[in-house]
Every structure is written in structure tokens, then in C-alpha cells.
Design a protein around this ligand. Structure first.
Ligand SMILES: *[C@@H]1O[C@H](CO)[C@@H](O)[C@H](O)[C@H]1NC(C)=O
Ligand SMILES: [Zn+2]
Ligand SMILES: [Zn+2]
Length: 592
């Protein structure tokens, strides 16, 4: 249609004037190809076309995503004004070309063209995507130089930039000294904190926002719920949701899905299911959240049952759904089912379920965990995409369980080669060598870690109580209730020892003295968190412990015994899965 119109115009008998060209431009504004023809037309007519027409062309090309062509037009122009520089800077930024965006800004400023409030938001954003992440600091200096530091949009972007750089002090400063803080500002700050993993900060801001009497909307609530997921604080999350709804927030499917996700990530698949069943409208995200949530909570049967229900009455599954399905198979050790699902998605013509890295890693996890180490190894070698640290790490995990040092060594070498965050694999690696009696290798790993200056991430655990998140690190004595926590721990030890608990000192490195080893184990952060929970959390309520790293064999064993003697359910979320301890048994069936 459009095309025909444009052609018609071209063959009109009257001569091309600026007006006709302008009309043509308007009619063809969404047709990149036609726009190029118009450009050619302008060049052939020899009309002294005003910059305004080309400006229009350039803007359109940028909007349509053809930055290369826009750039051509830009280069033909005589002394382009700020507006055009901005257009191109924005075009680069929006089309994943942050380097060009920032470079163009630098060129603009070295040519003495004055940037304005529309220049900076995009340059600042682009600067955070550069490999030299601190490039934005110089741009901040320019913002100040041109007196734009109080421009709300620019300031917002700078604030987000500092969150991304991890400089919360400066981000806070920019936020606090903002002249006007509207909902958008609050929302973007909170969202940025959540995205970068500053969940406590996000919740503090959310609280502060309430005090400032800014009413949250659905966007705010999604961020707040997601912060609660990260922290594992179910009650706080539920309160936030309820009070927002009571306050007139209109919930929507995105909020409801965030709530499902929060329940699952706090280990409450029951509550998630109730909410899910009550939802009038469910989309593929709702179903996938449930399936994946069941899987990481060790409820594989529920996950697979829901998946078959989805196939009958739900929306079409996507690749996330299949992550849940494969993860369920992996947790339950359903090797042949896992293979079948994987083959199905690999051979499917449906682009939306094509396997990605995560699917491959899950398959390797499933094969390795179930003892099919050689098959897992051939699988990783045959991958059509370059295996990443996730894949090799999964293989290493399997090798550690089944004490296959030969393949484990290959995986470990690959992880070193990839420069992966070795600290998180260190325990696996040490365990594998230690269980095979290869202390020489355990030392080598440690040496390598030291050489690369890789620090182990400090382990910590947290428990939510009384609308607060209580954090503990290993051997922590800073909590106000510290003395009763340690007393409780002593009592627990006496009780569980009488039931046959023995500390598994194998989880501590061999060069530590036997007694010392035990002392280290006794005060692991999750144990302190458990004791704190037993003192404070009301009886018969499950105690939820969130751990930032993988839990050790000894703590796992400790929780099993304690769940039995205290007749209390413990739900522990570690780095990659949940452990539901009830009456001496863990839902992970001792594989994690
Ligand atoms: C900025 O100028 C330099 C030097 O003239 C040039 O090499 C570079 O391509 C320019 N950057 C952009 C994005 O145009
Ligand atoms: Zn431990
Ligand atoms: Zn477990």
C-alpha cells in the first residue's frame, strides 16, 4: 500500500518541490527502503534542500533502527546541530553500540558543540555498558560542567550508573540531593538496587518511600517483591503486597507472577500453589514459575505433573518452562525422562524452545549427578555452543559426587582456563580430591587460588523474624542475642550427639587440626541461624534459613538431626537449591 503510494508520487507530473518531498517523507516515514529512495531523489534533484528535510530523514532512520544509514546522512550535513548529535547518540545507544555512542559524544564535545539535557541520559547509560566501566565518571564531570546536574532525567541516569558501579554512596548522594523525587525516580532507584543485588537497600528505600508518602504502583511492588525473593523474607513480602492492594494498587499479572516467584524462592511452594490456583489469568510465566519453583524446591513430581497439565490446558511452553522440566528431572534423578525431554526440544522446529546454555548445563548436571560421567563428558564435548563455566561446573559437581578424579580434573582445568569464579568451585574440587585421598591436588588448588588472589566469598546465612532480616556470618558474635544463640547451639549438640550425630570433619581442609576443624564447623553461619530461629520463631512454624553459598555436609547433617529432635521443619535455600528438612530427612535426598 505504502509502497504503491510512494511510487505514485514519484511519477507525478509536477516538479519536486520541498513541499512534495516533505509530504513524501511523511507518507513513507515507516519504510526504511523508501526513505533511502527519497534521499536519492533529493540528491538527484539538486534542490538546495534545507537541513530540516535531511534531519527528518535521519531521525526516521534512527527510529527504524538503521543507524548506519542515519550516520551516512549525518556525515553529509554541514555543521549538524545539537539535536542531530543527540539523535545519533541515542541511535547508537539504543542499538547496542555503546562504544560509538560515547565516542560520538566525545567528538561532539571536542568540536565545541554544546550538549544539552537530552544528550546525557543516553551517553551515561551507554557508558555503563563499556568494558571500562568507569568511563561514566568523566561524563559526570561534563554534566556538572554544563550545569545539568539537577536535570531530573540526567540525574536519574547518573544515579543508576553509580548503582551499577556498586558505588552506593554516590548513588545515595545523588538521590538525596535531588530537588524533586517522583514515583519514577523512586522506582528506578529501587529497581536498579534489586537488579544489582542490593536487596536490603531496595527494601530500605521502599520503606523510606512510604515515609515520604509516595504511593507505590505495580512497578514498585514488583521490585519490592523481587527484593524479598532475594532475601527470602516471605512475611515482609506478603505484607508489602497486601498493604499495597489495600491502598488501592491495581494488581496485574506481572505483580501476581512476582508474588508466585517470591513464595517459591522463599521455599513456600504450598502458598505459591494456592495463589496460582486462585489466579484467574495465568500466562506462560505463571506456569513456568511454578514448574521451576517446584523443581528447585525438590518437588519434582509436582513439577512434572503441573507440566503435563500445562500441556493439556495451559499456554504453549517456552524455553523457561523446559528449564523447569529438566531441572525437575535432574533433582529427581530421572535420567531417561530428562534425555527424552532434551531430545524433544533439540529436535523441535519451534524456535521458542530451542535449548540454550542453561539447558545443556542441566543435562550435564542430570547425567553427572546420576553417575553417567562418561556420557556427561561426551555430551559436553558434543555441544554445538561453546560450553561455559556453568557446564564445566556441572560436570565437576557430578565428578565430586562420584569421585571421578580423571574427568573432574579436565573440568577443573577448563574452569581455570575460563577464568571462572573458582572460589565457588573450590569446595567441590577439594572434596573430590580429598575423598580420593589426593591431598597433593587439594594443595595445588589452594595454591592456584592464592596465586590468582581469588578470595573466597564470605559465607553468611539469614533468617527473617519480626519484619527484619537477621544475618549471621561464620562464628558471628555480633548479634544482640549472641550468648543465648551459642547456648542453644551447645544444647542442640548434646541432644543430637546422643542420637548418633558425628561431625563430618571431612568438609574442612586437612591441614587444620582435628579439634580445630570441629570448632570451625560448629559455628557455621547456617547453624547460628538455625539456633536463632529456634529461639525466636514461634513453635510449629517452619524456620527459613537463606544461605549465600552451598551448604556443607556437616551442616546438612546437623539440620537433619535437629529437625528430628526439635520436631521442627527447616527450609534452607543455598546457592542453587532448597533443602526441606523434616523429621530427620531432607527433600534433596542428600544430593546437592
Ligand atoms: C570520533 O572521532 C574519531 C577521530 O576523528 C573517529 O575515529 C571516530 O570514529 C569518531 N567517532 C564516532 C562514533 O564517530
Ligand atoms: Zn557448614
Ligand atoms: Zn538437602
Amino acid at each position: 500500500m505504502m509502497l504503491a503510494k510512494c511510487r505514485q508520487k514519484r511519477s507525478l507530473p509536477f516538479p519536486l518541490t520541498k513541499l512534495t518531498l516533505a509530504t513524501l517523507l511523511k507518507v513513507c516515514s515507516s519504510q526504511p527502503h523508501q526513505l533511502k529512495q527519497i534521499h536519492a531523489l533529493i540528491l538527484t534533484t539538486g534542490l538546495s534542500v534545507k537541513n530540516s528535510l535531511v534531519t527528518q530523514l535521519l531521525t526516521n532512520q534512527v527510529i527504524l533502527g538503521d543507524v548506519q544509514y542515519a550516520r551516512k546522512l549525518f556525515d553529509e550535513m554541514h555543521k549538524p546541530r545539537t539535536f542531530l548529535w543527540n539523535t545519533l547518540i541515542r541511535g547508537y545507544a539504543k542499538n547496542d553500540m555503546p562504544m560509538e555512542s560515547v565516542s560520538l559524544f566525545r567528538n561532539m564535545s571536542s568540536l565545541g558543540v554544546r550538549p544539552d539535557g537530552f544528550t546525557f541520559p543516553f551517553v551515561v547509560k551507554a557508558s555503563t555498558e563499556l568494558p571500562e566501566s568507569r568511563a561514566g565518571l568523566a561524563i559526570h564531570a561534563h554534566v556538572v560542567k554544563y550545569g545539568l546536574e539537577y536535570n531530573a532525567v540526567v540525574r536519574n541516569e547518573l544515579m543508576m550508573m553509580y548503582v551499577k558501579l556498586g558505588d552506593m554512596g554516590l548513588a545515595d548522594y545523588l538521590f538525596e540531593t535531588m530537588i524533586e523525587r517522583d514515583l519514577v525516580t523512586w522506582n528506578s532507584f529501587i529497581a536498579a538496587c534489586v537488579q544489582m543485588g542490593y536487596a536490603s537497600k531496595a527494601l530500605a528505600l521502599f520503606h523510606q518511600m512510604g515515609l515520604a508518602r509516595v504511593k507505590p504502583d505495580a512497578v514498585t511492588i514488583v521490585s519490592a517483591l523481587s527484593a524479598c525473593s532475594q532475601l527470602g523474607c516471605l512475611n515482609i513480602g506478603n505484607k508489602i503486597y497486601e498493604s499495597a492492594v489495600n491502598d488501592g494498587m491495581e494488581s496485574n499479572i506481572i505483580v501476581e507472577n512476582a508474588r508466585l516467584d517470591m513464595c517459591m524462592k522463599c521455599g513456600s511452594s504450598h502458598m505459591a500453589r494456592t495463589l496460582f490456583d486462585e489466579m484467574h489469568l495465568k500466562n506462560v510465566v505463571s506456569w513456568s514459575t511454578m514448574i521451576l519453583g517446584y523443581a528447585v524446591n525438590g518437588k519434582s513430581e509436582e513439577a512434572l505433573a503441573l507440566f503435563s497439565r500445562m500441556q493439556n490446558e495451559g499456554p504453549k511452553p517456552n524455553y523457561v518452562t523446559y528449564l523447569g522440566v529438566l531441572s525437575a528431572c535432574s533433582h529427581a534423578g530421572l535420567v531417561s525422562q530428562g534425555r527424552a525431554y532434551f531430545n524433544y526440544i533439540v529436535n523441535s522446529n519451534d524456535q521458542t524452545i530451542q535449548p540454550r546454555r542453561e539447558h545443556y548445563s542441566l543435562m550435564i548436571d542430570l547425567l553427572g549427578r546420576s553417575g553417567h560421567i562418561e556420557e556427561a563428558y561426551s555430551f559436553i564435548i558434543g555441544m554445538p555452543i561453546e560450553p561455559d563455566a556453568g557446564a564445566w561446573g556441572a560436570l565437576l559437581g557430578g565428578c565430586a559426587i562420584h569421585k571421578n578424579v580423571k574427568v573432574g580434573q579436565v573440568a577443573a582445568d577448563k574452569l581455570f582456563e575460563l577464568g571462572a569464579d573458582i572460589a565457588s568451585y573450590h569446595v567441590l574440587l577439594s572434596n573430590m580430591y580429598a575423598s580420593a585421598g589426593r591431598w597433593d591436588y587439594v594443595d595445588k588448588v589452594r595454591l592456584k587460588m592464592r596465586k590468582k588472589c581469588i578470595k573466597k566469598v564470605a559465607a553468611y546465612s539469614s533468617v527473617e523474624f519480626n519484619s527484619k532480616v537477621h544475618m549471621f556470618c561464620s562464628g558471628d558474635k555480633s548479634h544482640p542475642q549472641s550468648s543465648s544463640i551459642y547456648q542453644k547451639l551447645e544444647d542442640l549438640y548434646i541432644q543430637i550427639r546422643s542420637l548418633g550425630y558425628i561431625s563430618e570433619v571431612g568438609s574442612v581442609h586437612h591441614d587444620v587440626e582435628m579439634e580445630e576443624k570441629e570448632a570451625v564447623l560448629r559455628v557455621h553461619s547456617e547453624k547460628l541461624a538455625a539456633a536463632f530461629g529456634l529461639i525466636n520463631v514461634e513453635p510449629k512454624t517452619p524456620i527459613r534459613v537463606m544461605k549465600n553459598l552451598r551448604t556443607c555436609d556437616d551442616c546438612h547433617n546437623f539440620f537433619k538431626f535437629v529437625s528430628r529432635i526439635c520436631m521442627r521443619e527447616f527450609i534452607m535455600r543455598d546457592k542453587s537449591r532448597f533443602h526441606h528438612f523434616r523429621n530427620g530427612i531432607c527433600s534433596c535426598k542428600d544430593f546437592w
